[in-house]
Design a protein around this ligand. Structure first.
Ligand code: DHE
Length: 558
């Protein structure tokens, strides 16, 4: 794994001086142990706790911290105060606050290393400039040398770009034949894939900041360009407004905290914009990470959600030399989200505030801040017509056993009677447990699927629940994805995660995300009958997570 120009020697020197400044000494670590700690921290911890360890969804993990409470009292804490033995317990067993247990992911020795590592001063990774991006840029096949028409017979609209998380690869699966078409090298633990508006190109972003551009018009899908945006990233999208179709690509980084604009066809870097600045509370934050990004269909704009500041940016790409940005205050910490059915409003989880922020991309203003149950986590959410309340958008929750349904506005005069409910949680559907990550439906479906992969118990993490949206008073149907896969039970949980419909909207694909050396599967259900249809598995099917159907991703159908 590459993490950019991380300078260990400088970091080690920093450690020594900082410990004496604290007057408390962190437990000793060899250089090799620090290297292991750095790698595991990047892979497993930084996403929730931040590179500078100031905390976001996860707690502050600095060696020592102090903060002023609203009543003026000063609170103090830190990893040095907790000490190695207590930290080992927390890492191994997890916490009620939502941290997962690592005793089935890390060895005892690794847990001990991590307990000591987080008592050291966090090393600060280097910045990443436009020049660094340019130096990392590889244009493998220039546009002029690419096919001018599709050179294969695959129904590209029904291809699924599937992350094979721990192998640093992406599987392109033919949704018609259910055959793995091609497996390609990508960045580490690809987080999402997004499609060009044309449906020809797949863009993926690895957690290590590597963006990969894959052309599906070749006989076999081919990587035509790669670029690094920094050392830690989660999001990409193209420009989708008329006249700018796929002209640009935007990528959001966790480290350094910034977004980058690239040429959509070649990934040539064009601009880097820092997101450091003030939070919605008026405090400076040194690490405001870029969470979800989405491309507007009605304006030449991207919606860019900044996690730590709680600011939603509308970035106008019609003139990138004179970049105009609207900064909308919402709440902390922004994470994932999706469009309402009209594609005018973007709804994003402010997960630590237990709120959903809805931005009106037509007026460029915040439309609503809606209180929800604990830690909303919508993925892109799910839109459907509620029999009683009209158009709703659904989000699940990591922290509470419910799926919240939020009423969304509609211009259709037939829906005028539902206006009174707009931006209210009109119903909470009961789930048997918390730990939900994704919900999904399709305009042609009568079902709403919900997973619980972050639930600590096997009977919950390995299944999905399906609601009948025509009659939400009916109890949801339990679908045992792990059992249906036919694969043997393994020590590691096999989390049933992330649902995706096929192009026609009559099949649901669910990933069974097993241990990093275990063979896993994609389990496919008939959406009408809820019966098992097919299992895609092979020795290459290791840790599948997100799946992105070309047609549905291209057109934001969910
Ligand atoms: Fe995700 C979306 C960040 C952990 C699978 N995840 C997102 C988005 C962000 C994000 C910002 C929205 C991207 C967008 O729409 O532009 N995810 C993070 C984290 O910071 C976090 C909590 C910790 C980390 O270290 O990354 C995290 N995510 C996970 C996982 O553990 C998951 C389940 C498996 C994995 O691959 O690591 C996971 N995240 C996903 C998926 C999406 C996603 C599948 C896209 C959902 C979609 O349908 O669009």
């Amino acid at each position: 794994m590459k993490t950019g120009k991380f300078n260990l020697v400088a970091a080690a020197a920093l450690l020594v001086s900082a410990f004496s400044a604290y007057g408390q000494t962190a437990p000793p670590m060899s250089a090799a142990e620090q290297e292991v700690g750095k790698k595991i921290y990047f892979e497993r911890c930084a996403g929730c706790h931040g590179v500078l360890r100031k905390g976001a969804t996860g707690k502050n993990l600095e060696p020592l911290w102090s903060k002023k409470a609203p009543d003026g009292t000063v609170q103090e804490g830190g990893m040095l105060k907790l000490g190695t033995a207590r930290l080992e317990k927390i890492i191994a067993l997890g916490t009620e606050g939502g941290m997962v247990n690592y005793d089935d992911i890390l060895s005892k020795e690794e847990i001990n290393i991590m307990a000591r590592y987080i008592q050291q001063v966090p090393p600060i990774p280097p910045e990443f400039s436009l020049k660094d991006m340019r130096d990392s840029w590889k244009l493998i096949v220039p546009v002029a040398q690419r096919p001018t028409k599709q050179m294969n017979n695959i129904n590209l609209k029904n291809v699924f770009a599937t992350t094979l998380r721990d192998t640093g690869k992406l599987a392109l699966i033919d949704g018609d034949t259910k055959q793995i078409w091609q497996i390609l090298d990508t960045g580490y633990a690809v987080h999402i894939s997004r499609l060009s508006l044309s449906g020809r190109y797949v863009y993926t972003v690895g957690r290590d900041g590597l963006v990969t551009l894959i052309d599906m018009w070749f006989e076999k899908p081919t990587t035509v360009a790669t670029i690094r945006m920094g050392s830690d990233a989660r999001s990409v999208d193209t420009s989708k407004f008329k006249g700018y179709e796929d002209k640009y690509l935007i990528g959001g980084s966790y480290w350094p905290p910034q977004y980058s604009i690239m040429d959509g066809g070649t990934l040539e870097p064009l601009k880097v914009v820092s997101t450091r600045g003030m939070t919605v509370d008026g405090e400076y934050h040194p690490e405001p990470r870029v969470a979800s990004i989405v491309s507007s269909h009605i304006k030449p704009e991207w919606v860019v959600n900044i996690k730590e500041t709680g600011m939603i940016l509308l970035v106008d790409y019609s003139d990138i030399k004179n970049l105009k940005t609207t900064k909308i205050e919402s709440a902390k910490f922004l994470h994932d989200g999706g469009w309402d059915a009209s594609k005018r409003y973007f709804l994003v989880a402010a997960n630590a505030s237990n709120k959903i922020a809805a931005v009106d991309t037509k007026t460029g203003k915040l439309a609503a801040l809606i209180d929800t149950a604990k830690i909303p986590h919508p993925g892109r959410g799910a839109n459907f017509m509620h029999p009683q309340y009209g158009p709703v958008w659904a989000t699940g929750h990591l922290g509470d056993p419910v799926v919240s349904l939020i009423s969304t506005p509609s211009d259709d005069p037939k829906h005028a009677k539902f206006k009174q409910y707009n931006w209210k949680v009109v119903q909470e559907l009961k789930m048997p447990g918390a730990g939900n990550l994704f919900v999904k439906t399709h305009p042609k479906s009568n079902h709403l699927w919900a997973d619980m992969p972050m639930h600590p118990e096997r009977e919950m993490a390995e299944v999905n629940y399906v609601f009948d949206i025509r009659d939400l008073s009916k109890p949801p149907v339990r679908i045992d994805v792990a059992k249906d896969s036919g694969l043997p039970v393994t020590k590691a949980l096999r989390r049933a995660v992330h649902q995706e419909y096929n192009e026609k909207g009559d099949e649901v694909w669910i990933s069974l995300w097993g241990g990093k050396t275990d063979q896993s599967a994609i389990v496919i259900y008939d959406d009408k009958t809820l019966k098992l249809k097919r299992v895609i598995t092979s020795p290459d099917m290791i840790t599948p997570t997100g799946k992105f159907n070309v047609w549905n991703t291209q057109h934001d159908i969910y």
